[in-house]
Design a protein around this ligand. Structure first.
Ligand SMILES: [Zn+2]
Length: 209
């Protein structure tokens, strides 16, 4: 979620007609859902355990159907549709936008872009780890494209992501040009990439195999 937020927060909201306010929270909601919805297939474990008494369906299908290009598109569409149609009154009072002017909703296409980018970051996050599978060409091919670069999201990546997110938040709230938000995101990606490239030399434990 944070990695997707880093790459979408600097996007400038569009101009809206006078007298209306832009429902920016819908874009963030699309990112939140797009970044997480594909792991909802984890519920297969619970279903399999209940129906069959083992974890076969989980082992066979978790991170397969939803972790393909087809699954990404469907998950992004579902996330975008949800983000567009979610009633504002259902938001927590602390999250509900202030103001009485009518809200201008982002288009489904725009929300699909946000959700799709977030889903892409989820793929990238899964691709670098060791756990499970990632099968972009399912059902045509069972090719697994995991890179096994890190065990789980190891602490340097996690710390870097949190740090970059905090810095970007400050930058975007300030009067600094919006491009600084992009620069923070680009630096973060670069540092994560460098960490993974040099990880075997930086940490005593060998890469997870
Ligand atoms: Zn996943």
């Amino acid at each position: 979620m944070l990695s997707a937020a880093l790459l979408t927060e600097p996007i400038r909201p569009p101009e809206v007609p006078p007298g209306t306010r832009y429902a920016r929270w819908r874009e963030r909601f699309a990112v939140l859902l797009g970044a997480t919805i594909m792991d909802a297939d984890g519920v297969l474990g619970w279903i399999s355990q209940t129906v069959r008494g083992d974890m076969l369906w989980y082992a066979k299908y978790h991170r397969v159907v939803t972790h393909s290009v087809v699954g990404l598109a469907l998950c992004a569409l579902l996330a975008a549709w949800n983000a567009r149609s979610w009633p504002e009154r259902w938001l927590l009072p602390t999250l509900r936008p202030q103001g009485t002017e009518p809200a201008h909703r982002p288009s489904l296409r725009r929300l699909f872009g946000f959700a799709g980018s977030a889903a892409g970051m989820h793929f990238l996050g899964d691709a670098i780890t060791h756990w499970g599978t990632l099968k972009p060409l399912w059902p045509v091919s069972q090719m697994d494209v995991q890179w096994n670069l890190v065990n789980s999201l190891s602490w340097p990546i996690f710390t870097l992501t949190l740090l970059a997110w905090a810095v970007q938040n400050q930058v975007l709230r300030s009067d600094a040009p919006r491009r600084w938000g992009w620069i923070v995101a680009a630096l973060w990606l670069l540092l994560c990439g460098l960490f993974m490239a040099f990880r075997p030399h930086l940490m005593s434990a060998p890469p997870f195999t």
